[in-house]
Unconditional design. Structure first.
Length: 229
């Protein structure tokens, strides 16, 4: 839990999906691929993407979602802080001409893109690891790179439904190695995240608000969809 670099397929899959597919997720790769294909379809629907869209993915992982998003858009730029994940994503997306890969240095708010370059940005199961300072700096960058009326999708850990067992587990990792903070789950206040997004000119989509309210009763995470106003 000290790095997003993975040394073997089992470690990579555990970093990617946690315990959602059991102790050996690398043995369930086809099931995970099928789930990621469904997720890609939902993400594109939420973001309003079509064959004319230019889209940025932050935290592309192994490219399991990316390959299906790329089928639905004009251009997809995939970013990750892990070289091992980017290499896996390049293999997964071999032969897809409209997809690009870029390694980030891990510093939030330093995205090397032009003003209004993207119609949409999504980051799935990434902001659940970020503290509010990182979220602030990412939205400061989104304000520049997303066009007017463009959309941003993220999900965060649901602070109103904290799994105390998971918190204890994360706290143990943190005490052993504070430098591992970036790998751990980080619970955030939804109101605080909405305030940050609003500060940079993003409005929460009404349907996302309804979804978030529904999720707050049963899920550890909240999906949030924003529009740049």
């Amino acid at each position: 839990m000290t790095s997003w670099e993975a040394n073997n397929p089992q470690q990579m899959m555990q970093l990617l999906v946690g315990d959602h597919f059991g102790d050996r997720p690398e043995e369930k790769l086809e099931s995970i691929r099928a789930e990621k294909e469904k997720r890609a379809a939902r993400l594109c629907a939420w973001l309003g993407c079509d064959k004319s869209s230019t889209v940025l993915e932050i935290g592309s992982g192994m490219g399991l979602t990316s390959k299906h998003v790329a089928d639905r858009v004009q251009r997809l730029v995939c970013c990750d802080i892990s070289e091992s994940f980017l290499e896996a994503a390049r293999r997964e997306c071999t032969g897809i001409p409209n997809i690009e890969f870029l390694k980030l240095d891990g510093r939030a708010g330093e995205l090397p893109f032009g003003d209004a370059e993207f119609d949409a940005v999504y980051s799935d199961a990434v902001f659940i690891h970020l503290n509010l300072y990182d979220i602030y700096w990412y939205f400061s960058e989104f304000a520049h790179i997303v066009r007017k009326r463009g959309r941003v999708f993220i999900n965060i850990m649901n602070d109103s439904k904290t799994d105390f067992g998971k918190l204890i587990e994360m706290a143990a990792y943190y005490r052993k190695s504070p430098s591992a903070l970036g790998n751990l789950l980080c619970w955030n206040s939804t109101d605080a995240v909405l305030a940050v997004a609003s500060h940079f000119g993003f409005r929460l989509e009404h349907r996302a608000r309804v979804r978030a309210l529904l999720q707050s009763r049963r899920s550890q995470t909240k999906d949030l969809l924003f529009t740049k106003v």
